[in-house]
Design a protein around this ligand. Structure first.
Ligand code: NDP
Ligand code: 8X3
Length: 249
């Protein structure tokens, strides 16, 4: 039985990935801050689910939580760095600096901390797969994407650089880059609880669902040992590109 550690299982993609992997017979270690939601998953999945509560911005809490794992769960086969957030959609000069720090501390600092703590045992066993949740926001700039897009560009380059460092090992690294995806708390968080504004983002769009992302994660991890998917960008058919903006005089 494979052991997967998924950050951010208390909502959205993470929860869907957790369900999909447990159905596929993985043992899942799931993290998040909201302990009541972790407890709910524990009640639902029993032995297949191991809850670990910590805030990704708190390095000491991450270390304590990961060090507390029972020996039977300490060899993680699949690390899914999913937890993350966007805050705000204002232009850079109007944003709240603390929102920027929170995105950097969660999407970058938290992600690299978990990775750095899990990676050595993968290298020791010469086995494992890290899947990072990037975003199309790390590939294409858009107004208001400022620091969020910057964090996801970091995640993309970090993923590719991990592959460079892991040359000669059997360890895989993938950056999964979704576009517009609904049925998660992403926009509620981005718009700080303004549910109506969040709902508008998904109006009249057949968006990508958390289950679609979960299916892709399982497929990525099920590739044969010699195949690494470096990056995979996923959009709803309804989302596509527009011309570059030009401000005329
Ligand atoms: P949700 O808001 O639905 O879920 C986010 C998860 O991250 C929650 O489980 C939350 O848990 C956890 N999390 C957030 N901050 C922290 C923190 N400080 N410490 C610990 N856990 C934290 O978002 P999605 O499922 O939509 O997004 C998941 C990932 O996918 C993110 O990295 C996001 O950037 C990325 N993504 C999302 C897209 C979308 O359109 N939805 C598209 C492209 C990428 P808790 O609050 O309990 O701590
Ligand atoms: C989430 C997708 O386009 O809102 O990462 O940045 S987008």
């Amino acid at each position: 039985m494979k052991i997967a550690l998924i950050t951010g299982v208390t909502a959205g993609f993470g929860e869907a990935i957790c369900r999909k992997l447990i159905q596929a017979n993985y043992q899942v270690i799931g993290t998040g801050r909201r302990t009541e939601r972790l407890d709910k998953l524990k009640n639902e999945f029993g032995e297949s689910f191991y809850p670990l509560a910590f805030d990704l911005r708190d390095t000491a809490a991450i270390e304590k939580a990961l060090n507390s794992l029972p020996k039977s769960l300490s060899a993680v086969d699949l690390l899914i760095n999913n937890a993350g957030l966007a805050l705000g959609l204002e232009p850079a000069h109007k944003t709240n600096l603390n929102d920027w720090y929170q995105m950097i501390d969660t999407n970058i600092k938290g992600l690299v901390t978990v990775t750095r703590l899990i990676l050595p045992q993968m290298v020791d066993r010469n086995s494992g797969h890290i899947i990072n949740l990037g975003s199309i926001a790390g590939n294409y700039p858009y107004p208001g994407g400022n620091v969020y897009g910057g964090t996801k560009a970091f995640v993309k380059q970090f993923s590719l650089n991990l592959r460079a460092d892991l040359a000669g090992t059997a360890i895989k690294v993938t950056n999964l880059e979704p576009g517009l995806c609904g049925d998660t708390e992403f926009s509620n968080v981005r718009f700080k609880g303004d549910v109506q504004k969040a709902a508008k983002v998904y109006e009249h769009i057949d968006y990508v669902k958390p289950e679609d992302i979960a299916e892709i994660v399982l497929w990525l991890n099920n590739q044969p040992p010699h195949v690494n998917i470096n990056r995979i960008e996923v959009m709803p058919v309804a989302q596509t590109f527009s011309p570059l903006a030009v401000a005329k005089k």
